[in-house]
Design a protein around this ligand. Structure first.
Ligand SMILES: C[S@@+](CC[C@H](N)C(=O)[O-])C[C@H]1O[C@@H](n2cnc3c(N)ncnc32)[C@H](O)[C@@H]1O
Length: 284
């Protein structure tokens, strides 16, 4: 099979385009910037590494591997002795191997790139400072392996394609599984601020706040079980959660396809008497 064509982004780092999902893997602002500003900084990776001798990471939608590469680089920069346990979930192994073979992880530490190259081939990597598993398949199923091991992450990076393109990974049921993998004082970061996603987080007993926007108009979301380090929601954001946009995606079987999940939400939106999101927008 021919390799994917790398696409350069504004910060000089590379991403891919998905024909299947009709979306780029990163915003035009940059894969490197996104990994750092959307995931590492909100999850306080450097501060956590300073005080912990052991860190657990869950990278949902590993893709090219930028988020894992950024986190491993940063943790060992701050604390070279830190022991890391990583679960990375990805549907297609070839994306990770293509990324390594085309040297697209070059913004990150060469030692980390080397490790992730091996991980993308062997799907497991074990050393004194790292135990890593790259679980290939539908994240709705593979996440069960982390849950079965009672894995509680200090940081979770939730990076699927956008909700309209990949609603499977933004449903109440999936976010509930993700929350089961979050430590009591851990951080869950995502680039999305969609009201439907935040509502699914609320149903999983998570509290959340906005993170600064990077290369898009809208901010991202940081979620936790405790309110510390969360930016309080603005009145505009609170009201957004009371509109039709906040009707969540549902997938009870955790096997639904995209169209079924989208149609179900459209039907639920048609029946609700919640305010329309366009009326909310007009008020703001
Ligand atoms: C926005 S990209 C992630 C970018 C990635 N974090 C990176 O740094 O390159 C979304 C990824 O989700 C993967 N994906 C799509 N559906 C999935 C599913 N059901 N389970 C697991 N991975 C999925 C795609 O193959 C793609 O690699």
């Amino acid at each position: 099979m021919t390799q994917r064509e790398p696409q350069i982004t504004a910060d000089g780092s590379f991403t891919f385009y998905s024909e299947e999902f009709q979306e780029h893997f990163h915003s035009h602002a940059g894969a490197k910037r996104e990994a750092t500003q959307k995931f590492l900084i909100p999850c306080r990776i450097a501060a956590q590494a300073q005080t912990k001798s052991n860190m657990r990471l869950l990278d949902i939608c590993y893709g090219l591997g930028h988020n894992s590469a950024a986190a491993l680089t940063e943790i060992w920069r701050v604390n070279p002795d830190c022991r890391i346990e990583l679960f990375a979930l990805e549907k297609e192994q070839a994306i990770a191997t293509d990324s390594f073979q085309q040297n697209l992880l070059s913004p990150w530490s060469p030692k980390v790139v080397d490790i992730l190259g091996k991980l993308s081939q062997d799907l497991v990597f074990e050393s004194t400072h790292l135990t890593a598993h790259l679980l290939i398949g539908d994240a709705r199923q593979t996440i069960q392996q982390a849950i079965a091991q009672n894995f509680k992450a200090d940081a979770i990076f939730l990076d699927p394609f956008s909700p309209p393109k990949c609603p499977q990974l933004w449903t109440i049921e999936f976010i509930n599984l993700v929350a089961q993998c979050l430590a009591e004082n851990g951080y869950l970061a995502t680039y999305s601020c969609a009201a439907a996603v935040r509502q699914a987080m609320a149903k999983a007993n998570l509290k959340f706040g906005a993170t600064p926007s990077v290369g898009r108009k809208s901010p991202g979301t940081l979620a936790r079980f405790i309110p510390t380090d969360l930016q309080p929601l603005s009145l505009q954001e609170i009201e957004h959660l009371q509109t039709r946009a906040a009707i969540p995606y549902r997938d009870e079987s955790l096997k639904g396809d995209r169209q079924t999940i989208l149609n179900r939400r459209i039907a639920e939106q048609a029946e609700t008497n919640l305010e329309s999101t366009s009326q909310w927008k007009k008020r703001w």
